[in-house]
Ligand binder design. Structure first.
Ligand code: ADP
Ligand code: MG
Length: 348
C-alpha cells in the first residue's frame, strides 16, 4: 500500500518535471528566430519562424515553395500548368485543382474581373518573358474573346479540366497567396506557433509575435521612396498587395503594368494605384487584390461592402487618397491622412 503510493508520487513528480522541461524549452526558444531568403516565383521571399522548431520548419517551407514554383510556373516547360496549356487541359493535381476551384469562385464573385484564362493576353504584352511590347488593338480584341473561365469544362469529381481551343491559364494572380497558405500550414505542422512569411511583399502571419504582441506589417508605398502607406498591427492574417508599380514597362512615355482588365485586354486603369487585402484566407486575398485593382475605386468599395466578413482592404487612389475599410480601424495607423470606408454607405 505504502509502496504503491510512493510509485504514484514519483510518477506524478516525473510527469510534472517533463511538463516543466517542455515549458522551459518553450521559454528558452520562444524568441529564437530562424530566417531564410530565397528567390522563387520571380520574387524575393523570406521565411521566418520563431521558437523551437524553426530550423526544420524553415527547411520544409523552402521545399514547399520550390515544389509549388515547379508546379505552377508558366515559364517552365516541365510545370503542370504548362502541360495543361499545351494539352488543352487534363487531370489536375490536388494543388492545381484547389487553385482552379478558388480561381473560378473568384471569377464568379468578381464577375470576371479576376480571370486566370488571361494568359494569352499576358503573353501578347510580353509580361511572361519580359519581351515587352504594346500589342495591336485588334489583336487584343481578338484575344479577350477567349478570356473566359466559364468556357472551361471542369469535372470536380475526377478533377478533369478541359480548356477550349486557344484558352490558356496563368495562376500568377493567385499563386503567391496559395503558396503562403500552404507554407504556413507546413510550418504549423512542424510545430511553429509564431512566424512570418514575406513572399515579395505578400505577407502571411502565423500566430502572434513570440512575446504575445501583434506583428507590425508595413504597407509599401508605390512611390518606392522608402515610405509606407501605413502600418497594420495584426496577427494570424494574410496581407496581400497588388500594385501597378510591381511589374511594368514604358514605351513612348506611357507606362504599362501587369494587371490586365479582361474586358479590354489593356492594363487596368480605373483609378487605383494599389490594393491591399487583409484576410484569413491568403488565396482568396491574392485573387481579390488583383480583382479589386481591376474593378477600380467605386466598384471595389461596393464589392467589399458585400464581402465584409471575408476581408478588409487598404486602397490608394491615383489622386493619392488613402481608403481603409472599417474592419481595420484600430489595426491601421499612418502618418498620412486616410478615410475610413464604413460598412453602410453614407446616405447623403
Ligand atoms: P503580384 O504578382 O505583383 O503580386 P498580382 O497578385 O496582382 O500581383 O498578380 C498579377 C499577375 O496576375 C499578373 O502577372 C498575371 O499573371 C495575373 N493577372 C493579370 N491580370 C489578371 C486578371 N485580371 N485576373 C487574373 N489574373 C491576372
Ligand atoms: Mg493577386
Amino acid at each position: 500500500m505504502k509502496r504503491k503510493r510512493k510509485i504514484a508520487v514519483i510518477l506524478i513528480g516525473s510527469l510534472l518535471l517533463t511538463g516543466c522541461a517542455a515549458q522551459l524549452e518553450e521559454i528558452i526558444y520562444a524568441s529564437k528566430e530562424t530566417t531564410e531568403s530565397i528567390f522563387a516565383m520571380d520574387t524575393y521571399m523570406t521565411v521566418t519562424a520563431y521558437g523551437a522548431h524553426g530550423k526544420e520548419a524553415v527547411a520544409e517551407a523552402v521545399k514547399e515553395i520550390q515544389r509549388l514554383d515547379d508546379l505552377l510556373s508558366t515559364g517552365s516547360e516541365e510545370s503542370e500548368v504548362t502541360a495543361l496549356n499545351q494539352n488543352g487541359g487534363g487531370i489536375l493535381s490536388e494543388d492545381t485543382a484547389y487553385l482552379w476551384e478558388k480561381s473560378v469562385e473568384a471569377f464568379e464573385e468578381t464577375k470576371g474581373a479576376f480571370d486566370v484564362t488571361i494568359y494569352p493576353v499576358m503573353k501578347a504584352w510580353g509580361f511572361t518573358d519580359s519581351n515587352f511590347q504594346v500589342p495591336e488593338k485588334e489583336m487584343l480584341q481578338k484575344l479577350i474573346q477567349k478570356v473566359d473561365s466559364s468556357a472551361a469544362v471542369y469535372d470536380a469529381e475526377i478533377k478533369n479540366l478541359q480548356l477550349p481551343q486557344s484558352v490558356e491559364i496563368d495562376f500568377g494572380g493567385i499563386a503567391k497567396g496559395y503558396t503562403s497558405e500552404r507554407v504556413a500550414q507546413v510550418m504549423k505542422d512542424c510545430g511553429v506557433k509564431s512566424g512570418m512569411l514575406n513572399l515579395g511583399g505578400n505577407v502571411e502571419l502565423i500566430g502572434e509575435k513570440p512575446d504575445g504582441s501583434k506583428f507590425k506589417v508595413a504597407i509599401q508605398s508605390p512611390a518606392h521612396d522608402g515610405n509606407y502607406l501605413g502600418v497594420l498591427q495584426i496577427s494570424d492574417m494574410a496581407v496581400i498587395t497588388s500594385g501597378s508599380y510591381e511589374r511594368y514597362f514604358e514605351e513612348d512615355g506611357v507606362t504599362y503594368h501587369h494587371i490586365i482588365d479582361p474586358t479590354t485586354g489593356y492594363p487596368a486603369n480605373k483609378g487605383l494605384l494599389s490594393v491591399t487585402i487583409v484576410s484569413q484566407d491568403a488565396t482568396l486575398a491574392d485573387a481579390y487584390s488583383t480583382a479589386l485593382f481591376v474593378m477600380g475605386t467605386e466598384e471595389a468599395i461596393s464589392f467589399w461592402r458585400t464581402h465584409t466578413k471575408e476581408f478588409d482592404a487598404v486602397l490608394l487612389t491615383e489622386e493619392g487618397e488613402l481608403l481603409v475599410t472599417e474592419g481595420l480601424q484600430g489595426a491601421f495607423s499612418s502618418e498620412r491622412a486616410y478615410h475610413i470606408i464604413e460598412k453602410q454607405e453614407d446616405i447623403k
